[in-house]
Design a protein. Structure first.
Length: 86
């Protein structure tokens, strides 16, 4: 279990997830504020929340294949090695 947390920490999953959550929360708040003046339908907020939830799941899937490094986002070397042997 310790190696899982070390791997998540190395990939900066917690930091990126926190940023994603803050941006999602801020966007949902903005949609809440502007929905009445723009006469947006009631389902618009629900769709926004569902899209962010799907994006969050996609984010966790992508963290298994890519690493965030100071040089940018790079494919994970361990994930590439397992795909080469298949």
């Amino acid at each position: 279990m310790g190696s899982l947390f070390q791997n998540l920490k190395k990939r900066k999953v917690f930091t990126i997830a926190a940023v994603y959550a803050v941006v999602a929360w801020l966007t949902i708040q903005i949609v809440d504020v502007i929905s009445a003046p723009l006469s947006l339908p009631d389902w618009f907020q629900t769709v926004t929340i569902v899209l962010f939830a799907i994006g969050f799941l996609l984010f966790f899937k992508l963290t298994s294949a890519y690493e965030v490094t100071p040089e940018g986002i790079k494919p994970d070397s361990a994930a590439q090695a397992t795909q080469e042997y298949k």
